[in-house]
Each structure stands twice: as structure tokens, then as C-alpha cells.
Design a protein around this ligand. Structure first.
Ligand code: GTP
Ligand code: MG
Length: 382
């Protein structure tokens, strides 16, 4: 329980809410049954009633909510035979101005099919490119959340959406504070790192120095006997971009077993979302398992709805989105938060019920926090 009302709590422990009101009254606290109460009050109550309560995290609470609808989030259904190889999902990180965005631009240009190139507005903050490795056509999904803050937020919510981190270090500037921060986040999340030593076209570029610096932080280049791939690139001239993509694929193949069941209902994570004047809530989501289709009933954070349209990274309509595919989703009732999960559910009714339960929980948590604050303010006012 977390910031629940007395009625909610009473229901959980199967007791008359009026009794709880009475118990609190006897303790000198005046609370109505529908009012949300603090965690502390719930603890006091439980002790009074000889109940052993456990305060659960919002994540656990949400898992419980989903379980009550027979939904399991985060697991591929079926067995080994149902899993298919999926593209790696890569986040580009690094110090400010070291060329993350430019590098993403260069990657896109080298891979966008001729004719499509140029003039295409990047519709969403994530995209998929293809590259040929050993004669095989391989796909890579890049998430354009270059700031490490976004990465932390996603990780904090347990949405481990990134398979590989590309750490961009400008060869003329070397390792800087945010390089280390990004590195720490990736290592803490146990995400393999590929280093892109960028701006090698610049005068004063010293790629060897970058290798030396990062070795001190435990990122030892393969050529020094370590297991991290370093690739020298220039986002301006395009040099090394293909090698970088190849390094990403090699790292994925060597270190990760990236497979998902494409046949189940789609599940994944919202990367970014906003309210569009004409189109309503627009969410960029990454499908992590299953397949998302136009017409599916989905719930994403406190938003829900029937998928009205799916747009790929060129802004083109698609009918479905398989694992590792980033798409924009239209048709939600509310804007989910970055890092919120999205789940395809049986029908609109179920989607609405889940979203409403989440929304009411958030409201109650906010209220409970507000109540506590008010009490403190009153104390200080006296
Ligand atoms: P933030 O998003 O602000 O953290 O920066 P960023 O890491 O995305 O850097 P961005 O791609 O905006 O590049 C910063 C500047 O460096 C721009 O002026 C780029 O044109 C320049 N730049 C990026 N890559 C290269 C490169 O390989 N060579 C040269 N000469 N300049 C580059
Ligand atoms: Mg940038």
C-alpha cells in the first residue's frame, strides 16, 4: 500500500472502513474513509490491528495491478522455439558537444536508401538503420536520447531498453566529466560499450590519448588486449561510420543474445511523448517483445486507447511494429511519461481500467504527500 485511502486499505485487509476511522479517532487522528492517508498512518493502523504490512514499491504495485488482469509485463511468452533474433537497441551517449547528434545524422545518411536521403525530417527520436556485416543485412535501432539524463531516467524506472551504449568522445577534447558519467551509467546498467572516437578530422585530434584515458576507467581497447571496441570516426567526413556500425553488430553478437517472441501481444517502453495540437497525445515507443498493430488496445502509463496509427522513423504509416522497432503511436487518451511501459491488452475496457487505476494511485500518492506537507506547514505556522 502506498498513499491509499482508508477504504482501499480496509478492502485489502477485509475490514469495515468505519472501524479504521474509529481506530484512528481513538489515536487522536480525524480521517474520513475516502481520504488518502500517509504510509506512516497505515503503519500505525496496521500495528494497532496487529497486521503485518509491507510497503511495496510503485513498481511492485504496478506489477500486482497488471497481474490482477492476468498480464505479465517483461517476459517473452512461450519457449525457446518462439524466440527470434531482434536488432540491438543502441543509445548514443557522451560529453556535451562531442558530436552525438552529428554522428546520428551521419549514420542516418549513410543508411537511408538513395532517393529518400535528404529533406526527410526525422519524425521521431529513434530510428532503425541497416548495415551489411559479413554479407548479411543487419538492422540496428538507435535511440536519439543523447543526454545521459534521459538514459538515467529510463534505467531508474527499470526500463532496460538499451542493449548497447555508443560512447562518443571527441578526439580533440578527450575524456570529460560527462564522458565518465555516461560510462558509469552504462556500466552500472551492465550495458556493453562501444567507443566512437569522434572528430578525428580535427587538428589536434589525439585518438591514442582517448584510448589511454578510458583504459584508466576500465574500458580497455581490444588492440591493447581488452574487450572494448574503439572506432575512430568523423561525423563530418563520414569516415569510420560503417566500421562503427559493424562494431555494434559484433558486440551484440559476441556479448548478447538478443531475441524476442514477435508473435505475442506487443510490449515495450515509451521513449518520448508529447501533446500534439492536431493529433493529440503522440508517444514514441520502442517495441521490446511481441508486435504492436494498428487497432490494438493499449495502455501506456496513465494513457490508454486504440492505436489509430503507427508511424515509422520517416513519418510513414506502418501496420505493425515488431521487436526493437521504434514507432510513433497515435490514439492515446493521455501522454505517458518517458520510461513508462506500454502494453497491448485484450480490449479497450481493460486498457481503460488499468490506466484509471494508475491515475487514481498517482492522485492519491500526490494527495498523501500534500497532506503530509500541510501538516508540517501547520506545525511551523504555530
Ligand atoms: P549536445 O547534444 O549539445 O550534447 O552535443 P552533441 O554531442 O550532440 O554534439 P553535436 O553533434 O551537436 O556537435 C557539436 C559540434 O561539433 C557541432 O558544431 C558539430 O558540427 C561538430 N562536430 C561533430 N562531429 C564532428 C566531427 O567529426 N568533426 C568536426 N570537425 N566537427 C564535428
Ligand atoms: Mg546533441
Amino acid at each position: 500500500a502506498r498513499g491509499a485511502s482508508l477504504t482501499d486499505f480496509a478492502e485489502k485487509i477485509n475490514i469495515d472502513p468505519a472501524q479504521l476511522v474509529q481506530v484512528l479517532f481513538n489515536l487522536g487522528e480525524m480521517v474520513t474513509a475516502t481520504q488518502s492517508v500517509s504510509e506512516e498512518t497505515l503503519r500505525v493502523l496496521s500495528k494497532e490491528l496487529n497486521y503485518d504490512i509491507q510497503v511495496v514499491s510503485p513498481e511492485d504495485e504496478d506489477r500486482e495491478l497488471l497481474e490482477s488482469f492476468d498480464i505479465e509485463f517483461g517476459e517473452d511468452e512461450g519457449g525457446e522455439e518462439d524466440l527470434e533474433v531482434r536488432p540491438p537497441v543502441v543509445t548514443v551517449m557522451g560529453h556535451v558537444d562531442h558530436g552525438k547528434t552529428k554522428l546520428l545524422d551521419a549514420i542516418r545518411k549513410t543508411n537511408v536508401v538513395a532517393g529518400e536521403a535528404g529533406g526527410i525530417t526525422q519524425a521521431i527520436g529513434a530510428y532503425q538503420v541497416s548495415t551489411e556485416v559479413d554479407g548479411d543485412e543487419r538492422k540496428i535501432t538507435f535511440i536519439d536520447t543523447p543526454g545521459h539524463e534521459a538514459f538515467t531516467a529510463m534505467r531508474a524506472r527499470g526500463a532496460k531498453s538499451t542493449d548497447i551504449a555508443v560512447l562518443v568522445v571527441a578526439a580533440d577534447d578527450g575524456v570529460m566529466p560527462q564522458t565518465i558519467e555516461a560510462l558509469n551509467h552504462a556500466q552500472a546498467a551492465d550495458v556493453p560499450i562501444v567507443v566512437a572516437v569522434n572528430k578525428i578530422d580535427r587538428e589536434g585530434a589525439d585518438p591514442t590519448k582517448v584510448r589511454g584515458q578510458l583504459t584508466e576507467y576500465g574500458l580497455v581497447p581490444e588492440e591493447y588486449g581488452g574487450d572494448t571496441m574503439f572506432v575512430d570516426v568523423s561525423a563530418i567526413s563520414g569516415v569510420g561510420i560503417d566500421s562503427l556500425l559493424e562494431a555494434v553488430i559484433l558486440t551484440a553478437d559476441a556479448a548478447l543474445d538478443l531475441r524476442a517472441n514477435p508473435e505475442m501481444d506487443g510490449q515495450g517502453v515509451a521513449i518520448e511523448a508529447h501533446l500534439d495540437k492536431g493529433r493529440g497525445p503522440v508517444a514514441t515507443v520502442l517495441v521490446q517483445r511481441g508486435t504492436l498493430h494498428v487497432g490494438d488496445s493499449i495502455v501506456a502509463g496513465t494513457g490508454y486507447g486504440r492505436v489509430r496509427a503507427l508511424l515509422d522513423d520517416h513519418g510513414e504509416n506502418v501496420d505493425e511494429a515488431p521487436p526493437s522497432f521504434p514507432v510513433q503511436v497515435l490514439g492515446l487518451t493521455a501522454v505517458p511519461g518517458a520510461g513508462d511501459s506500454f502494453i497491448v491488452v485484450e480490449d479497450d475496457r481493460m486498457a481503460r481500467q488499468i490506466a484509471e487505476r494508475r491515475a487514481s494511485r498517482l492522485r492519491m500518492a500526490a494527495q498523501a504527500a500534500g497532506t503530509r506537507r500541510k501538516t508540517l506547514d501547520q506545525l511551523f505556522d504555530q
